[in-house]
Each structure stands twice: as structure tokens, then as C-alpha cells.
Write a protein of this length. Structure first.
Length: 499
């Protein structure tokens, strides 16, 4: 599946709300939905109706909030199983309501006020967010969009993964965030409205409402969907450059800013910065490339890590446009991660004598130098513009970001959060920031298909901030992927979807 709209090829289309004859007032005036109920402590009975002529839903509700450990709101719903694609435009006709009133799509395990759920809601002040409660009676959390209303919301369910997409001004749908929430095989799906004031009613109008559902065929298995994304590190806005039902990984951004390099099924490909079809890069006899590759400072060369010759990863250098590879490391496994600013040295992670540490070697080949020597894993070395090396290490018991001089001296811990395990730091070309991937602290290693966060912090250290939350991990941002102007970074997110 290509392009930025993320459209589905539904052979199992369940519902389309705007289709002709989708409902009638004689059927209760609820359109495609079955019931209209108050959830939790709503002081005033809510209501819902469908206007067949305009195709719009008018839903009114009271209730203190959809938040915390219990919710209070009005819900127009029906049970729908399978993967979902829920789309709507949402507006509040009353400009005088509470700025935190909410209206949008909700997928809920039950009608109990403390039930697990995921929603995509517009607030009265224009904020759009993906809210969720992961367990019964647990806290509500959210991922806030950087775009604001008016916009078209799309909440998608793929198994237990919920993703929010937003279209502004009729443009393509762009991702906001993803989260795993278990809501059962046949959850309650519908439109929710909360006034955020217990004693006040609030009406919301839902237009261009559509519901699409697809079930996994018997005996079939889900497949990986890979999405090449670009994130603006100042605004946090994400845009899709390529999406397909195939597995690809680890984007590099070319030094001139015109294309990306990814690896897929052991080969390297270039993709135009605006998207398009991948074009294979010639790496000669090397056909088992992994996801550790990247450009020289002048953009003329690619360092690659490949398993073809020895079965263990070795580091080679090839012309950036493709050509005959030149072996750099004679011993494996060796996994490239960084190229020094002066172009003279490669930094990499290697296993020697049963221990993984950071090494460096001349870019022209020669004798390797061991830069770290600690129990546990040291990995992911990448150079900052001043020549220092950032890397991730579990030497203190949990995986954190560290910094050291180019000769391995003065190792300094840079991240300290107890909730995260941090991997693959990449300093920006302008020397202002470092971006890295964070797992939950309970996750061992850097596996694929996990809830992860892309985080950023000042190069000199400080409290990291979350740029994005999504489903990813191995292959998301293993290698340097900053744009040349340091304003954007590329990464790959993943989903497990129906074939």
C-alpha cells in the first residue's frame, strides 16, 4: 500500500455510514448505530439523532469528563469486531462551551464507566488527542496532536493497536500516534460527547461519518506494514513518505537532502524524499545487508554491514550510488553505526571474545581500536559534530545514552529516566540535539513490534522530551537519519495488519 492516505482495500466492508439507505428515522433515528446511552454519572440525559438528508449525527451529552479512572459522557454506539477505520469531522455549534469539552470516536470494551477504551476526540479549544485507558479502573493517558481542529479525524484499529490520523484542509491523512489497548473481539464502537461540566449539556455535530471493518480470514496471519515517516523536531508533526505491506527498515537521509536509503530483504534501496518507488542500490555480491548503514560526511560513500561472506556481519564501503564493495573489518560480527565528521574513522559495535563493545577503525581500513570495555552491551555509536561519540550502554543495569570522547575517554551518562530503556542516539548535524529510541524499561534488547517513543534532548544533556509514540523498535531508527538542515528526522513505524 503506497501513498500518504492509508486507504484500505476492503473486501470485507462492514459499514459505510453515508451510503444510500444506511438508516431511517423509523429505525430509531440512530443511523448505523444501535443505541444511545449515558455512561457514568451524567446529570442530564443525553440524546442522539441522525439527519438522513444531510448525513450528519447530532449528539448531546453532559458529564464531568472522559478522563481519569471513570468516565461520564453520552455514547452513540454499536458492537463491531475486526480491524476498524473510523472517520468523521467533528464540530461544536455552541461557541460558549467549556474549552475542554470533548467529542469524537470511541472504541470501548464495555459500557462500564471505568472500562478500557481508545478514542480520538476534538476538544472545545481545538486540541485533538488520542486518549486511552489500558486496564479497568486504570488512569487515562493521551497522545496530543500538533494539528488542531477543524480537521478530519481517523481512528484505526489493527488488532489491539489503535492509531490516530488527521487530515487538515482536505489534505492527506497524517499520523499522530499509536497505542496498544485490549478492548475485546466485539467492542462498543461509536460517537462520544462530554460537556466537561456536570450540570450542562453540550451538542456536537459529526459529519462525513464512515465506519469500515475487516476481519482476518480463517487460517490467515497478519503481515507487517512499514511506514517511512518524517517528523518535524520543532512542531512534532509527522508526514508519511511511503507505506507498504512489506518489511523495510532504518532510513538514512542523503547528505544533499534529496533521498532516503532503506534496507529491505537484505538489499539497499533509495527512495525520493517525496516518496515514490524504491530503486535498488548495487552492492555487488553483498545481498545480506542488515539495518546498519549510512553516509560519509561528503555524501560520496555508504558504509554497510553485511552477512554474505562469513555469515557474521562485516563492514564494507561502497560508492553512494552503488558499486563494488570494499571490505573494512576482517572480523565479525561488526555492525557500523557512525562516521567521524572528518571522514577518516568509522565507529561500530562488535562482538569480540563474547562481549559487545564500541570499536573504531580507519575508513580506509586498517587496525581496529577498542573504545569501551565493560560487562554488558555497548552499542549504537554515532558521532556528534564536535567529534565525540554518543552510544547506548547497559553498564549501570539498564540501557541508557552515554557520551565519550573519540578515543573512548571520559564516558558520561546522558539519560537517567527510570521508565525507559534508551537506544540508538543520533546527534543532529547542527550540534544542538540528540534523538533516540526509547522502550519501556521492562523490554529486553531492542525487539521489533513494541510500543516505543522517539525522544529528543539537548546535545549537552537535560530532560528528554517525547516527539512521538508509535509501534516500532528494531529497524525504526537504528542509523543516522537527520535531514541536512537538522529540522527533521526520518524513521520507520510498523503495524501488523490484515493481508
Amino acid at each position: 500500500m503506497n501513498g500518504t492516505n492509508g486507504s484500505w482495500a476492503f473486501w470485507g466492508l462492514f459499514l459505510i455510514a453515508l451510503s444510500a439507505g444506511a438508516c431511517s428515522e423509523d429505525a430509531g433515528g440512530l443511523g448505523i448505530f444501535d443505541e444511545s446511552v449515558d455512561i457514568g454519572d451524567a446529570a442530564h440525559p443525553g440524546s442522539a439523532r441522525f439527519d438522513r438528508e444531510s448525513g450528519r449525527y447530532f449528539v448531546s451529552g453532559s458529564g464531568a469528563n472522559i478522563w481519569g479512572e471513570r468516565d461520564a459522557f453520552h455514547f452513540l454506539w454499536r458492537r463491531i469486531g475486526g480491524d476498524l477505520q473510523l472517520t468523521a469531522e467533528v464540530e461544536f455549534p455552541d461557541a460558549g462551551g467549556h474549552p475542554h469539552r470533548k467529542a469524537g470516536w470511541m472504541v470501548r470494551e464495555s459500557l462500564e464507566p471505568d472500562a478500557p477504551y481508545a478514542d480520538a476526540v476534538v476538544h472545545g479549544d481545538g486540541l485533538i488527542s488520542l486518549q486511552y485507558r489500558k486496564e479497568t479502573g486504570g488512569p487515562t493517558e493521551e497522545i496530543q496532536a500538533h494539528q488542531t481542529a477543524p480537521a478530519t479525524l481517523r481512528l484505526e484499529r489493527a488488532g489491539d493497536l489503535f492509531s490516530l490520523y488527521i487530515s487538515s484542509n482536505g489534505g492527506p491523512f497524517q499520523p499522530v500516534g499509536s497505542i496498544l489497548v485490549e478492548v475485546g473481539e466485539s467492542p462498543h464502537v461509536g460517537l462520544a460527547v462530554c460537556s466537561h461540566e456536570q450540570d450542562r449539556m453540550q451538542e456536537a455535530v459529526f459529519s462525513r461519518v464512515s465506519v469500515e471493518s475487516r476481519s482476518l480470514p480463517e487460517g490467515a496471519e497478519r503481515v507487517v506494514e512499514s511506514t517511512l515517516e518524517v517528523i518535524n523536531v520543532e512542531s512534532g508533526e509527522r508526514t508519511v513518505r511511503r507505506r507498504e505491506k512489506d518489511h523495510f527498515e532504518a532510513p538514512n537521509w542523503s547528505r544533499d537532502g534529496s533521498y532516503f536509503v532503506i534496507n529491505r530483504h537484505g538489499l539497499l534501496y533509495r527512495i525520493d524524499v517525496d516518496g515514490g518507488e524504491p530503486i535498488q542500490i548495487d552492492t555487488g555480491k553483498l545481498i545480506r545487508n542488515n539495518n546498519d548503514h549510512g553516509f560519509s560526511p561528503d555524501g560520496k560513500w555508504l558504509a554497510i554491514s553485511d552477512h554474505t561472506e562469513q555469515g557474521a556481519s562485516l563492514i564494507y564501503v561502497v560508492p553512494a550510488g552503488g558499486g563494488e564493495p570494499r571490505l573494512i573489518t576482517a572480523q565479525g560480527p561488526s555492525f557500523w553505526h557512525g562516521w567521524s565528521p572528518d571522514g577518516k574513522t568509522l565507529a561500530y559495535c562488535a562482538e569480540r571474545n563474547g562481549q559487545y563493545d564500541v570499536y573504531a577503525i580507519p575508513a580506509e581500513g586498517g587496525r581496529e581500536r577498542q573504545l569501551t570495555n565493560t560487562a554488558g552491551l555497548d552499542d549504537g555509536p554515532d558521532y556528534s559534530p564536535d567529534g565525540d561519540i554518543f552510544f547506548n550502554s547497559e553498564r549501570t543495569g539498564s540501557m541508557k545514552i552515554w557520551r565519550m570522547s573519540a578515543d573512548g575517554g571520559n564516558p558520561t551518562q546522558m539519560t537517567f529516566d527510570q521508565d525507559y530503556a534508551d537506544w540508538f542516539p543520533h546527534p543532529s548535524p547542527d550540534g544542538r540535539h540528540v534523538i533516540f529510541l526509547s522502550y519501556d524499561r521492562s523490554v529486553e534488547g531492542h525487539p521489533p513490534n513494541q510500543e516505543v517513543a522517539l525522544r529528543i534532548m539537548p546535545l549537552e544533556g537535560g530532560q528528554p522530551t517525547v516527539l512521538a509514540r508509535f509501534y516500532g523498535g528494531q529497524g525504526t531508527i537504528n542509523v543516522p537519519s537527520w535531514s541536512p538542515d537538522s529540522r527533521h528526522a526520518a524513521f520507520v513505524s510498523f503495524r501488523l495488519v490484515i493481508p
